[in-house]
Design a protein around this ligand. Sequence first.
Ligand code: SF4
Length: 260
Amino acid sequence: MEMTQIAYEDPKFERSREIIREALDTYSGKIAVACSFGKDSMVVVHLARQVDPDVPVFSVMTRYKPRETFEYLVEMNRLLNLNVRVYMVGREAPEMLRRENIDVVLLSPERFEREAAEIEKNTGMKIYHVDPDLCCNLLKVEPTREAVKDLDAWITGLRNTEGRTRKDYQEVERRGDIMKINPILRWTEADVWRYMAIHNIPVHPWYVRGYRSLGCEPCTAMGGEEERDGRWMGTPKQGGECGIHTVPLKVGEGSVRLRK
Ligand code: SF4
């Protein structure tokens, strides 16, 4: 007798689709999914595309992301037909993205290069070691601001159990003049891997090597207790945030623009 294997569908998965469905209905045409091409982003993008195969996807990349992240971006963009729009600070798009005709929005690198050069001249060290908050602000927060400036809402892969800085978020929350939708907020790391396996989503090679949370190359390490402990490891920012989830990206009445 032929056996049909039915993959286990956790009720959590459908609940996340429901959150996305409601958000897409509410903010139709003014909403997009953010994708860093880490495991959580891949799950959210996959869920969102089950709800609406044409949902816009954007990604903020930096010059310091590992080569494998750019390769994975290209691979996933092709495989899932994401039509991703990439935002990054720089003078020209990385060759790998140009070859694939990926839509890249470039932001002026002048301020970043000026600050980085000044720090290096004064300390002999790189900006990401001396002032990672400034580096993240210029390379990640500002491009994210640009990416969401015309949106009413964005969808993220943020999860409560990732680390100390992510415990107090809500599934749907207002941040300044934009709504943030966190549909997998209550998922565990194991839920994410289970979903990836059930849906045959290829895995970024750095996870296979043992990394649990991926960021820019100089600021990502293995180890620590919590999932995000490898981020900015050994610095006061360890396990912390780049700022895109903590700084209001669109400032409205009654909200305060924080400087990290
Ligand atoms: S993660 Fe590191 S290299 Fe990347 S933007 Fe932040 S400080 Fe700079």
